[in-house]
Design a protein around this ligand. Structure first.
Ligand SMILES: C[S@@+](CC[C@H](N)C(=O)[O-])C[C@H]1O[C@@H](n2cnc3c(N)ncnc32)[C@H](O)[C@@H]1O
Ligand code: SF4
Length: 458
């Protein structure tokens, strides 16, 4: 089968980092719908949540008619979906030139104010308890920023506080992100003892030249040592790689993939490097592979991971059997999540509404808010007309798609409300015509942005 070679196809592939990132602040480019569940809320979650207004479709629709039933607020759900917890730790040693996450270099002292920040997280969690009363938490994700800047003691205090206030499901997945530049074996073991079950390591590349071009604080040797320790210390782990790097060749990417796969990672995330607005790379773009080369790179990622026994299950995610990231799957299946920490986002479903929230974005403002008057900057009830797009933005990233019934369960809308859009996408060959699933075809996967935009209401 010929490889896609158009810019549009690449644009779909670029819709990449949408995962645990979902609950961190920050997608600044709604048009591309990249990562961060903040997609519809952003672009600056800290400045209010509705940059792309989606107007309700008018009033007085008949629920069963195509496209109707979408006036006014979201109807709410009869059964709340699974609940996850996202915790954002917003500091990094140095800001990478491509990164638009809510991450801040700490300037006052040698380390972030972890005691005060954990106090703030606990206060934030306490205030959020009434909104999740009686529900158990299936997964926890500690993301950043660079969470591995925090000491094992701070992570232990945080997780103990979470366990004391929320019911963690038996066998809950607890992921934490780590930068190899903060690697120390004893520290990693300390995180595992504190209850972290899954370490996600930001390796990006095993080429020292590529790491330098990306402004990373670590070299390949530190990345290798971090992975070796993670293999011993944690139940499971993930390696993050990026491709289409400045000056990268196909052979260089092959070498990165082979080295990563030689560690037999249960999970591998491979992100197409994107130039995000308001980053150093956007202001001074480095020389990047052209679209054709980037398409060949994507194909190479699929071939190499497949040959190593990893299954491609989401735009940028590859896993062995039993090691898909449960936390991210919950986002992609339009589950609920409570997001605490600077700039974190949340989505919570109730019997009469579905609400999105965002916390204050700047760490200082967040800490004072959480410890004093409250840390929520925005809380917004979703309009019914927003839900089809929101749902598809997540679900269509999964290569297996989702059962059609999940749309009804998670949005409270009927399938009839989107029958026209479903039919149109199937007619264009972008969506599987099987009425029991919602799944992109291979063509739909290549033109994912087009497919998802078909569910936008104006
Ligand atoms: C929060 S970081 C992981 C932990 C840690 N901060 C680090 O960088 O090592 C999440 C991942 O997003 C990916 N990422 C960040 N900015 C990106 C960009 N502009 N394009 C593609 N991937 C990006 C990187 O692979 C990174 O490991
Ligand atoms: S270490 Fe990670 S979060 Fe921090 S600036 Fe770099 S990519 Fe962004």
């Amino acid at each position: 089968m010929p490889r896609p070679r158009t810019g549009r196809a690449i644009a779909a592939v670029r819709c990449a980092r949408w995962s645990s990132a979902c609950a961190r602040a920050g997608s600044r480019r709604p048009a591309r719908h990249d990562r961060c569940h903040g997609h519809r809320l952003d672009r600056r979650p800290d400045r209010g949540l509705a940059v792309i207004p989606i107007r309700p479709a008018g009033s007085g629709g008949v629920l069963a008619a195509p496209g109707a039933g979408l006036a006014g607020a979201a109807p709410g759900v009869s059964e709340p979906p699974p609940l996850a917890l996202y915790v954002h730790l917003p500091w990094c040693i140095r800001k990478c030139p491509y990164c638009d996450f809510n991450s801040h270099e700490f300037r006052d002292g040698d380390s972030p104010p972890e005691d005060r920040y954990v106090d703030a997280l606990i206060a934030d969690l306490e205030s959020a308890l009434p909104s999740v009363w009686g529900r158990s938490v299936q997964t926890v994700f500690i993301g950043g920023g660079t969470p591995s800047l925090f000491s094992p003691e701070a992570i232990e205090r945080l997780l103990a506080a979470v366990r004391a206030r929320l019911r963690l499901a038996p066998g809950a997945e607890v992921t934490m992100e780590a930068n190899p530049g903060t690697f120390e074996a004893a520290r990693f073991r300390g995180y595992a003892q504190a209850g972290v079950t899954r370490l996600s390591i930001g390796v990006q590349s095993f080429s020292n030249d590529a790491l330098a071009a990306l402004g990373r604080i670590h070299d390949a040797g530190q990345a290798r040592r971090a992975i070796e320790t993670a293999i011993d210390a944690f139940e499971t782990f993930n390696i993050d790689l990026m491709y289409a790097l400045p000056g990268q060749s196909l052979d260089a990417l092959r070498a990165d993939l082979r080295e990563a796969l030689a560690f037999a990672p249960p999970h591998l995330s491979v992100y197409h490097l994107t130039l995000e607005p308001n980053t150093l790379f956007a202001r001074r773009p480095p020389p990047l592979p052209d679209d054709d080369l980037a398409a060949d790179m994507q194909a190479l990622v699929e071939d190499e991971t497949g040959a190593a026994g990893l299954r491609h299950y989401e735009v940028s995610a590859y896993a062995r059997e039993g090691h898909r990231c449960r936390h991210n799957l919950n986002y992609w299946q339009f589950g609920d999540y409570l997001g605490i920490g600077a700039g974190a986002h949340g989505k919570l479903s109730f019997h009469d509404r579905i609400v999105r929230e965002a916390r204050l974005r700047h760490p200082r403002a967040y800490m004072s808010g959480a410890l004093d008057s409250g840390a929520i900057e925005v809380s917004r009830t979703l309009a019914a007309a927003e839900l089809p797009f929101e749902f598809m933005l997540n679900a269509l990233r999964l290569l297996d798609g989702v059962p059609a019934a999940l749309f009804v369960e998670r949005t409270g809308l009927s399938l009839a409300a989107i029958s026209r859009e479903l039919q149109r996408a199937a007619d264009r060959g972008l969506l599987d015509p099987d009425p029991t699933v919602i799944r992109a075809t291979p063509l739909g996967m290549r033109f994912l942005n087009d497919l998802i935009e078909g569910f936008l209401r104006d």
